[in-house]
Design a protein around this ligand. Structure first.
Ligand code: FAD
Length: 451
C-alpha cells in the first residue's frame, strides 16, 4: 500500500489526510499535542474562524462539507459599531452569500474524527517532530510525555505543523538558497468571550460579523452556537494612545472599554474580569521558498502563515489540499513533478493572501467607517448588481470565488483605482440619485465592457 506521513493534525493536516486516504494512501499523522477530543477545550483556544468559498470547495471535494456545515453559522455582512454607538450594516456580497463562523476546536476535532474513520489512517498524539530527512522521507519524533525517540519512513512527508513548523526549521531552512522571512506586525490580539443572555439568546445580532473600527485598532465578534460571541481585540502592543502595554490593571481595562467601545461595555460591564482569561498573542507573516524538497512538502501555515484580517489562512490551507490533489491526479502521483507544479502554482498565491490580509486590516479597522470607502463600496455593489457576470468586487473574488488570490489582488486594486476615478470625474457623492449613478455605470460599461 502507498504510504504518507503527515506532521501535525491541525486543520490542514487533518483535511489532507482525508484527501490522501481517498487516493488510497495509508496515512500516519504525528501530532505534538494530546488528543483535543479527550480534553475539554480551554477557553484560550476558543477562536472561531470564518470559512468561505475556497474552504467549502475543498471540504466538498472530499464529501464532508455538509458535516461541517452543521457546526457553521452564516454571517451575511458586517455590522459596524460606531463610537457614538450607532450601527451600520454592510453586506458581504449579493443576496444569499455569506461567510461562516466555525469553532476552531470543533472543526479540527471533526476533521480528525472523519480522517480516522478510514482505518488506514492513524493519528499518533504527543509526538513532536524534531527533524526530517527529506531525501529518505524519514521524520523523527520525540514523545512529549515519555521522551522516547522514534522515526517513521514513507514515500512522501507533508509538514502541516503550522506557522512555526519544526520540519521547516530543522530541515528546509538548512537548504542552500532557501529563502525565509518572519515579520511580526506591531499589533497583538486578545480574546474576550461575550456570554449569552441568561435565557441563552444572543446579545448582538447573530448572523453578522461585528466590528468596532477605531482607526488604529479594532474589536471584532463572531457568533457561537451557544448564544455567546468570541470577540477579538486587535491593537498595537505599544507606542499608541491606546495599546496593550498600557492596560495594566482592571481599572485601565474598564476605562478603555468605556471610552472606546461604549456599547460593548454596556453589554459586558465586567469585561475587566475576563481580561486575564486569554493570553495576549502576537501576529506574524512568514514567507519562504521553496516549499518542497525531494520527499518533503510544506502546506498551510507552515508554507504561508499570515495575519488573520481577511479570514483566509485556513481557507488558503484548505485550497492547498484541493490544488495538490488535482496535481496528484494530473501528474499520476509522480511526486517530484507534483511537488514542482504545486509550489510554482501556490507560492504566488501564498504571497498574495499575505498582502491581502495586511491590506484588509486597514479596511476593517479604519476604512469601513470612512464615508469615502462606503461610497466606493456602494458603487461597487451597484455595478456587480447590474453586471453580475462581469464585475466582482475584491472581497467577493477572495471570499466567494476561487479566482487565484494573486489575480484577485491585482484586479481588485485596479478596480478600486478605477472606481475612485469614476467617483471623482463624475462628482458622485452619497446624495447622488441612484438613476444618475446607474446611467454613469451603463456609460462606463458601454465604453469599456471588460472594466
Ligand atoms: C486570531 C486568528 C484568527 C484567525 N481567523 C481565521 C479565519 O477567520 N479564517 C481563516 O481561514 N483563517 C483564520 N486564521 C488562520 C488559521 O488559524 C490558520 O491559517 C490555520 O490554523 C492553519 O492551519 P494549519 O493546519 O496549517 O496549522 P495549525 O492549525 O497551526 O495546525 C498545526 C498543527 O501542528 C501541530 N504541531 C506543531 N508543531 C508540531 C511538531 N513539531 N510536531 C508535531 N505536530 C506539531 C500543532 O499542534 C497543530 O495541531 C486565524 C488565525 C488567528 C491567529
Amino acid at each position: 500500500m502507498k504510504e504518507a506521513t503527515i506532521i501535525g493534525s491541525g486543520l490542514v493536516g487533518s483535511l489532507w489526510a482525508i484527501y490522501l486516504a481517498k487516493a488510497g494512501y495509508k496515512v500516519e499523522i504525528f501530532e505534538r499535542r494530546p488528543d483535543m477530543r479527550l480534553t475539554k477545550m480551554s477557553a484560550g483556544k476558543s477562536i472561531n474562524l470564518a470559512t468561505s468559498y475556497r474552504g467549502w470547495k475543498a471540504l466538498d471535494e472530499v464529501g464532508i462539507g455538509d458535516e461541517i456545515r452543521k457546526i457553521a453559522i452564516p454571517m451575511h455582512g458586517r455590522t459596524i459599531h460606531n463610537l457614538d454607538s450607532t450601527l451600520a450594516y454592510q453586506p458581504y456580497g449579493t443576496e444569499g452569500q455569506a461567510i461562516y463562523s466555525v469553532s476552531r476546536g470543533e472543526i479540527n476535532a471533526k476533521l480528525m474524527s472523519i480522517a480516522e474513520e478510514n482505518l488506514a489512517t492513524k493519528i499518533h498524539f504527543n509526538e513532536e517532530c524534531i527533524n526530517v530527512d527529506y531525501d529518505k522521507g524519514i521524520a523523527y519524533f520525540k514523545n512529549t510525555q515519555t521522551g522516547e525517540l522514534s522515526e517513521h519512513q514513507s514515500e512522501v512527508v507533508f509538514a502541516t505543523d503550522g506557522a512555526f513548523s519544526a520540519a521547516r526549521y530543522s530541515a528546509m531552512q538548512k537548504l542552500d538558497r532557501f529563502s525565509y522571512s518572519q515579520n511580526y506586525i506591531p499589533d497583538g490580539y486578545k480574546e474576550i468571550l461575550l456570554p449569552a443572555n441568561a435565557d441563552g439568546s444572543y446579545k448582538l445580532e447573530k448572523q453578522t460579523l461585528h466590528i468596532w473600527p477605531r482607526g488604529r485598532f479594532m474589536l471584532i465578534a463572531l457568533p457561537n452556537f451557544d448564544g455567546s460571541f468570541t470577540c477579538t481585540l486587535f491593537m498595537p502592543f505599544e507606542g499608541h494612545e491606546f495599546c496593550f502595554n498600557d492596560l495594566k490593571t482592571k481599572a485601565d481595562v474598564t476605562s478603555f472599554f468605556k471610552i472606546v467601545f461604549p456599547d460593548f461595555y454596556n453589554l459586558m460591564p465586567n469585561v475587566a474580569d475576563s481580561w486575564d482569561l486569554h493570553p495576549l498573542s502576537s501576529l506574524a507573516i512568514i514567507r519562504c521558498f521553496p516549499w518542497t524538497h525531494n520527499k518533503l512538502a510544506l502546506m498551510g501555515d507552515a508554507a504561508h502563515a499570515t495575519v488573520p484580517f481577511f479570514g483566509q489562512g485556513m481557507n488558503c490551507g484548505f485550497e492547498d489540499c484541493s490544488v495538490l490533489f488535482s496535481l496528484m491526479q494530473k501528474h499520476n502521483e509522480d511526486w517530484p513533478a507534483v511537488f514542482k507544479a504545486y509550489e510554482i502554482a501556490r507560492k504566488p498565491n501564498g504571497d498574495a493572501v499575505q498582502d491581502l490580509s495586511l491590506q484588509n486590516y486597514l479596511v476593517m479597522r479604519d476604512k469601513v467607517s470612512d464615508p469615502a470607502y462606503q461610497l466606493q463600496q456602494k458603487i461597487e455593489r451597484r455595478i456587480s448588481e447590474i453586471y453580475p457576470n462581469h464585475y466582482f468586487p475584491l472581497y467577493s473574488m477572495v471570499s466567494f470565488s476561487d479566482i487565484e488570490y494573486k489575480v484577485a489582488l491585482d484586479k481588485g486594486n485596479l478596480q478600486s483605482e478605477m472606481i475612485n476615478d469614476v467617483i471623482m470625474n463624475n462628482h458622485i457623492t452619497s446624495d447622488t440619485p441612484q438613476e444618475q449613478i446607474d446611467t454613469i455605470i451603463h456609460h462606463l460599461f458601454d465604453q469599456n465592457p471588460v472594466f
